[in-house]
Design a protein around this ligand. Structure first.
Ligand SMILES: Cc1cc2nc3c(=O)[nH]c(=O)nc-3n(C[C@H](O)[C@H](O)[C@H](O)COP(=O)(O)O)c2cc1C
Length: 377
């Protein structure tokens, strides 16, 4: 199959992965309205075509928290990365380091922090959920810091798990889940051999390290379900701001008032995100929410955005709508599932070329020059 885009990687991932994994990755909450509008609203953003602006050189580098990166892009935290590819988080972090962009490791990664850190350049970025088990949070924050994480991405849009109907149908959850997953693995031998057999242990590395015993997929669903904390409020988080010595980025902001609260809380950045349409179905797309948030906090903190980004032009669109940086979620996981580290590197090369072309065609030389003045009416 010819691969020239994230869309091609998606199709190849659909063929390679057992359905319970593909649909867990690909799906969203409820009727998936927000999931769809993330992609559609972003693609509907029209750009001004400018000519003869003499933009022969494009500088795609950015500076976040005092460090230079080669692209205005980071790899988003995605749980269970090591189920899509063999030791998936390790392969992803290698690709990110090769391209000099951040990889944000999820709390619920398969590979533990130490395994990823052993393959990565510093600084590391680590994502943490708001969980009832404060001892776990303290322990994992301490370990992350000791291993060289300086940016903590704190995800706040998951006080409860969203309703993911596809999971019940796919075998991820629902009746006879374990049996159906085994049968699906047998029907996807390339995945079964590469990841199912040789990608073990299929642990939640960080949770096992804390508990001192192995955890599996069933534990994942059970542990997370029991540990989300819907009662939490900003004041309950102050200890995290006080204890974490590095940068703190609040992920899951979709409302200007919450962005203002994040600033007052002392966050160094936010991620404008609806969790890839996996939480509140009916929430606006990130593309739609971003301009009002940028109007509120642009220049006062670093604004990242994610949701529906599939091309380099989409990266440009998010920047034009007000982001300082863009996170890739599903797009990089599709590539990881199909070709591992090489796939992620290739996807990033495709997106870089695409972004460069878009910059030439809009007459822009630097990422910092991309802004709302380039949006077509
Ligand atoms: C399968 C999957 C697992 C995810 N796991 C996490 C996670 O562990 N922590 C987190 O903060 N966000 C998680 N997210 C959300 C992503 O970080 C990101 O916000 C979202 O995927 C962006 O949308 P996109 O996939 O359309 O690019 C997950 C998303 C997917 C698709």
């Amino acid at each position: 199959m010819i691969i020239s885009s994230a869309t091609d990687y998606r199709e190849a991932a659909r063929r390679r992965l057992p359905p319970f994994l593909f649909h867990y990755l690909d799906g969203g909450a409820g009727a998936e309205q927000t999931l769809r509008s993330n992609v559609e609203d972003l693609q509907a953003v029209r750009l001004r075509q400018r000519v003869l602006r003499g933009s022969a050189q494009q500088d795609l580098s950015v500076s976040w928290f005092g460090r230079q990166y080669d692209l205005p892009v980071a790899l988003a935290p995605v749980g269970l990365g090591g189920m899509y590819a063999r030791r998936g988080e390790v392969q992803a972090v290698r690709a990110a380091c090769r391209r000099n962009i951040p990889f944000i490791q999820s709390t619920v990664s398969v590979c533990p922090l130490a395994e990823v850190a052993a393959q990565a350049e510093r600084p590391l970025w680590f994502q943490l959920y708001v969980l009832k088990d404060r001892a776990f949070m303290r322990d994992v924050m301490r370990r992350a810091w000791e291993l060289g994480a300086t940016t903590l991405v704190f995800t706040v849009d998951m006080p409860v798990p969203g309703a993911r109907y596809r999971d019940a149908h796919s075998g991820m959850s629902g009746p006879n889940g374990p049996l159906r997953r085994v049968l699906q693995a047998m029907l996807h031998p390339r995945w079964a051999w590469d990841v199912g057999l040789f990608g073990r242990p299929h642990d939640l590395g960080n949770i096992s390290a804390f508990r001192g015993s192995a955890t599996g997929l069933a534990d994942y669903i059970g542990w997370l379900g029991a540990n989300f904390d819907p009662g939490i409020a900003w004041q309950d988080l102050q200890w995290i701001r006080d204890e974490w010595q590095g940068e703190l980025v609040i992920k899951g902001i979709l409302d200007p008032e919450d962005a203002r609260d994040a600033l007052a809380f002392g966050a160094d950045g936010i991620v404008v995100s609806n969790h890839g349409g996996r939480q509140l179905d009916g929430a606006p797309s990130s593309a739609r929410a971003l301009p009002a948030i940028a109007a509120e906090v642009k220049g006062k903190m670093t604004i990242f955005a994610d949701g529906g980004v599939r091309t380099g032009t989409d990266v440009f669109r998010m920047l034009a709508l007000g982001a300082d940086g863009v996170l890739l979620g599903r797009a990089f996981i599709y590539a990881l599932a199909v070709q591992g580290q090489a796939g992620v590197e290739r996807l990033l090369a495709i997106m870089e070329k695409d972004l460069r072309t878009t910059m030439v065609l809009t007459g822009v030389g630097k990422v910092a020059e991309i802004g709302p003045q380039l949006l077509a009416p």
